[in-house]
Design a protein around this ligand. Structure first.
Ligand code: TUI
Length: 304
């Protein structure tokens, strides 16, 4: 299947694996790229050197296109941006902010630049400053989220810009991909379903929680602090939401989630950690290899 996105990225299938913090390292990303999608390394809050090592491992394991996601709230965003240039990373995606100050450098070095946007205003600005495509991510997603649903955001972004739009948030099977294409998207980005794959290095407890999750199991913490984050419900989310309702200070709230994703991914602490996952977790109920997952999804995708 060919779209403007598969041509832009030189990939077989219009599927991008989200650059998830702690989760999206080179084992997962290379498996996705080798399966014909676009694998991303999530730089999250890691220093430039960690990203450089990941990129080099990636180059050992695949000769297919891949990318790095820059989380713009990271204190290391500047040095990660530079590593992307030095290592000639083919594709960069960004999240949780506006990447405007990095775009010139990336474009000059030949990197394809694809920011995640949660609004039409940012999508238009990204088109104006020369980005190649945008990922419109709805609030069904896991982790840090915007305000608007995928169903409403994607068609509005499609109408706002001429560059290709990639849909994200609430997509984990062929039906979701077909729906995204109906809304005008030319590829999808998926996260939660890749967390549970065989190649994903996360703790088994995290995979198991996703496989067992039901439709109504996610909670959004931090709506009052301006940093909304979607996770599967557990002791931490209950305590956080109760404290938030009682008007706890920002400092107290931040303390509850500090290092929370690491606790889940590395330690398997699914009671106290932040089990980041999207609303589609309820539908992810088998652990496949990345290749099996992508082939299964694509077998049900209708031609555009
Ligand atoms: O970035 C994400 N998802 C993430 S980042 C992350 S790491 C983290 N951990 C704990 C707390 C906070 C973050 C976990 N999940 N998705 C991409 C995304 N970007 N979603 C929404 C946005 C976004 C929101 C507002 C992008 C731009 C924006 O506005 C910027 C502007 O200047 O208008």
């Amino acid at each position: 299947m060919e779209t403007r996105v598969t041509k832009l990225l030189n990939i077989k299938y219009p599927i991008i694996q989200g650059g998830m913090a702690w989760v999206a390292e080179y084992h997962l990303a290379s498996a996705v790229s080798n399966a014909g999608g676009l694998g991303l390394i999530g730089a999250a809050a890691a220093p430039g050197d960690w990203v450089r090592q990941q990129v080099r491992q990636m180059k050992e394991l695949t000769d297919k296109p891949f990318g790095v996601n820059v989380m713009l709230m990271s204190p290391y965003a500047d040095e990660v941006a530079q590593v992307i240039i030095e290592e000639k990373v083919p594709v960069v995606t960004t999240g949780a902010g506006s990447p405007e100050k990095y775009i010139k450098g990336w474009k000059e070095s030949g990197t394809v630049v694809i920011p995640v946007v949660a609004s039409c205003a940012l999508a238009k600005r990204m088109e104006r400053v020369g980005c190649d495509a945008v990922i419109a991510e709805g609030m069904e997603s896991g982790g840090h989220i915007g305000e608007t649903t995928t169903m409403c955001l994607v068609p509005q972004v499609v109408d706002s810009v001429n560059i290709p739009v990639i849909a994200a948030g609430g997509i984990a099977d062929s039906r979701g991909v077909n729906a995204a294409f109906s809304l005008g998207a030319e590829a999808v980005q998926m996260g939660t379903c890749f967390v549970a794959t065989k190649e994903s290095w996360v703790h088994e407890n995290y995979k198991e929680r996703i496989l067992k999750a039901k439709d109504i199991d996610t909670r959004v913490t931090g709506r009052t602090t301006g940093h909304p984050v979607r996770c599967l419900r557990n002791a931490m989310t209950s305590r956080f939401l109760a404290a938030e309702a009682q008007g706890a200070s920002l400092e107290e709230l931040e303390k509850m989630t500090l290092g929370g994703l690491r606790k889940v991914v590395i330690d398997g602490d699914i009671n106290e950690g932040s089990i980041m996952a999207g609303q589609i977790a309820g539908m992810v109920n088998e652990s496949l290899t990345c290749s099996e997952l992508i082939e299964k999804i694509m077998s049900g995708v209708r031609a555009l």
